[in-house]
Design a protein around this ligand. Structure first.
Ligand SMILES: C[S@@+](CC[C@H](N)C(=O)[O-])C[C@H]1O[C@@H](n2cnc3c(N)ncnc32)[C@H](O)[C@@H]1O
Ligand SMILES: [Zn+2]
Length: 286
């Protein structure tokens, strides 16, 4: 993580008491708040703010994260990356970005990268939050990213009005907290699946059905703090090798209870064709 922890001192607050950090006591490897609460960075670069609290939620395992990493690195979801990068052209120079449920930080890396290419004089910075330390090992390697193990349903360990854009891609959304940490005029970029997402594969593989109206629900829940800017449906074909198909199933909730061998047996060595269908909602903080 290098100097990033100290770079992010003004974005993060103590998860225990909400105080700011003591800049003299904090270092590249440790954050110490004004009240003396201490958090060590892991050797792999992320910092765990959930220590000693436990969580009812089960983080993604190393195998699930590997499957996600392979699937995304193969470029199957490139159209989603492009849509997010396009939506980010509205951000100011050197933005501070929050990726909630960041996973490996795949989309965040592309957004930060595009910010740099746009001739930004100041480097973009980001906080990646996720329950899974395995996923955050990867996110922590992205330049400018402070990777923090946290449950997004709890009050976020971020300073009020510190963020220019919140990314939320296939992840839980804590809208009141997103509003608190985002500056006026800042953006929320949310990618949600449509009912047709991967529908062709559901008879074959243990994938969750997607209910109707996720983006509408988001806009409704966001009323008050956020005004809708745009909503775009994105549908594109996927052709998946048996391995990529197994990765796709394993990287989702099925990865918690269905083993790799069982997923491969269900696919039966065949190539799979499916449609990815998602919606990108852009909202602006009032
Ligand atoms: C479907 S994955 C999406 C990951 C990433 N945004 C992507 O698209 O590659 C959902 C992510 O949300 C994380 N997650 C689920 N519940 C969470 C929670 N309550 N707090 C933080 N992260 C959570 C999971 O660990 C997982 O990495
Ligand atoms: Zn504290």
């Amino acid at each position: 993580m290098g100097a990033v922890l100290t770079d992010a001192l003004d974005l993060l607050i103590c998860p225990h008491c909400g105080a700011d950090w003591d800049p003299d006591a904090s270092s590249r490897r440790m954050l110490v708040c004004a009240e003396g609460h201490r958090y060590d960075a892991a050797r792999q670069g992320y910092i765990n703010f959930l220590t000693g609290r436990g969580s009812r939620l089960t983080p993604d395992t190393a195998e699930m994260v590997l499957a996600r990493d392979r699937f995304l690195a193969a470029g199957h979801y490139t159209p989603i990356v492009r849509a997010l990068v396009d939506a980010c052209t509205r951000l100011p120079d050197g933005p501070a970005v929050l990726d909630a449920g960041a996973g490996t930080g795949y989309y965040l890396a592309a957004v930060l990268d595009a910010g740099g290419r746009g001739g930004a004089r100041r480097r973009a910075r980001a906080v990646a939050l996720d329950l899974s330390p395995h996923a955050l090992r990867r996110a922590a390697k992205i330049p400018g990213v402070a990777a923090v193990v946290w449950d997004v349903w709890r009050p976020l360990p971020l300073a009020a009005a510190s963020i220019n854009a919140v990314l939320d891609v296939f992840a839980p959304r804590n809208l009141p907290e997103f509003a608190r940490v985002t500056r006026r005029g800042g953006l929320l970029l949310a990618v949600t699946p449509l009912p047709g997402h991967l529908a062709e594969l559901r008879s074959r593989l243990p994938l969750l059905a997607v209910p109707e109206g996720k983006a509408e629900e988001l806009e409704h829940a966001a009323q008050g703090h956020w005004e809708p800017v745009s909503r775009a449906e994105l549908a594109f074909p996927l052709v998946l090798s048996p391995e990529a198909g197994a990765d796709l199933a394993q990287m989702g909730p099925a990865g918690h209870h269905t083993g790799r061998e069982e997923l491969e047996r269900l696919i039966g060595g065949e190539e799979l064709a499916a449609t990815a269908a998602v919606e990108l909602s852009v909202l602006r903080r009032r």
